[in-house]
Design a protein around this ligand. Structure first.
Ligand SMILES: NC(=O)c1ccc[n+]([C@@H]2O[C@H](COP(=O)([O-])OP(=O)(O)OC[C@H]3O[C@@H](n4cnc5c(N)ncnc54)[C@H](O)[C@@H]3O)[C@@H](O)[C@H]2O)c1
Ligand SMILES: O=c1ccn([C@@H]2O[C@H](COP(=O)(O)OP(=O)(O)O[C@H]3O[C@H](CO)[C@H](O)[C@H](O)[C@H]3O)[C@@H](O)[C@H]2O)c(=O)[nH]1
Length: 340
């Protein structure tokens, strides 16, 4: 079985990707320092998969840690999820973000080169498009100056990967630009575990429905959109996870010194108010929400052009928005003291 290192594999997207990798016949090797995840995720993954999950607790910035993981499991590829992702915090502590998000990539690339590990899939973000001038955004849409140090780390990491490939390093790289991941594994055994008050829309919605938050505020309803609220491309995390498997298979067919980039979204834009209404409808409940002021720096509307990933990787989303919002709610309901 091909072993794939998943840095940050206990996190939200990494854990779902571990499931998809096993389904596709890979052996995921998880490396996580649990700085933003709970070790119980590993047990939950074992329950879903019906087998033990190989994992290491450690920092992927640490070469010695990588050495010991590699000595035990000589992996053939890497999916690099590990990063800090809180936009607001990144403006307060930019060095923490540059060190972990950018630093870890340089350490990993150096290590891969040393060991002759060729394939890497990198977690990028649609945040690199900023406030786009044209919609939907294609991979050719110009990137904009980042709105935050977090966003900048994604841009810089993409640039590092391009430069590394240009230097004739014998690697093959795919950057995946994720749109807005939502939902959870349909078993409700794994899902998103936000730290403290959620910044993102859907966790805030589910926590409001659960009574953890009194109400959700819609940040602005006076934008130039269908109902005045902002628009995003919400993608089920299992579909996003599957895109990594497709990306790995694609990399395996490439020659050395290869770089490519794909949007991973559904191709549909949904407004914040549509999310609230759809959530209420599929889960048969009422949400307490109010309209508040705009959130500074918010992108007004963005959704993906998905032709490239459809055609080149043969990847198409399998889950609907309704599935996503049902699975998010089932996950929220399943949260017990153990994982919360
Ligand atoms: N969730 C999103 O909306 C979104 C959107 C676009 C891109 N991304 C990117 O996707 C990746 C995964 O995001 P996520 O939502 O799963 O985040 P997450 O915080 O749930 O997962 C990241 C995992 O990495 C671990 N980690 C962090 N630094 C580490 C280090 N130095 N060594 C080892 N482990 C470390 C954390 O403990 C966590 O388990 C990140 O790179 C993120 O920036 C996420
Ligand atoms: O309580 C809330 C939370 C969010 N929103 C709105 O919901 C939309 C989505 O907001 P999120 O914070 O969930 O997602 P963003 O697209 O704004 O940003 C996040 O997802 C991006 C793409 O994945 C990038 O990764 C980015 O860095 C990350 O913060 C925005 O219009 C926001 O104003 C509300 O109205 N109320």
């Amino acid at each position: 079985m091909k072993k794939i290192l998943i840095t940050g594999g206990a996190g939200y997207i990494g854990s779902h990707t571990a499931v998809e990798l096993v389904k596709a016949g890979y052996e995921p090797i998880i490396l996580d320092d649990f700085s933003n995840s709970n070790p119980n995720v590993i047990n939950r993954l074992s329950e879903i998969l019906g087998k033990d999950v190989i994992y290491f607790e450690g920092d992927c910035n640490d070469k010695e840690v990588l050495e010991s993981v590699y000595a035990a499991h000589a992996f053939e590829g890497v999916i690099h999820f590990a990063a800090f992702k809180a936009v607001g915090e990144s403006t307060q502590f930019p060095l923490k973000y540059y060190q972990n998000n950018v630093g870890s990539l340089t350490v990993l690339l150096d290590f891969m080169q040393q060991k002759g590990v060729k394939n890497i899939v990198f977690s990028s973000s649609c945040t690199v498009y900023g406030q786009p001038d044209q919609l939907p955004v294609t991979e050719e849409t110009p990137r904009k100056d980042a709105e935050s140090p977090y966003g900048n780390t994604k841009k810089i990491c993409e640039d590092i990967l391009v430069d590394f490939v240009k230097s004739k390093a014998k690697v093959r790289v795919v950057s995946l630009r994720y749109f807005n991941p939502v939902g959870a594994h349909p078993s409700a055994k794994i899902g998103e575990l936000p730290n403290g008050t959620p910044n993102n829309l859907v966790p805030f919605v589910t926590q409001t429905a659960a009574g953890i938050r009194e109400k959700i505020t819609v940040f602005g309803d006076d934008y130039d959109t269908v109902d005045g609220s902002c628009i995003r491309d919400f993608i089920h995390v299992m579909d996003l996870a599957n895109a990594h498997v497709k990306a790995l298979a694609y990399l395996e067919k490439q020659a050395d010194c290869f770089y490519d980039v794909f949007n991973v979204g559904t191709g549909n834009g949904n407004s914040v108010l549509e999310i609230i209404k759809t959530f209420e409808k599929v889960n048969d409940l009422k949400l307490n929400y109010t309209i508040g002021p705009r959130r500074p720096g918010d992108v007004v509307k963005i959704w993906a052009d998905t032709q490239k990933i459809n055609q080149v990787l043969g990847w198409y989303p399998q889950y609907s928005l309704e599935d996503s919002l049902r699975d998010s709610w089932n996950w929220e309901k399943s949260l017990s003291g153990e994982l919360a």
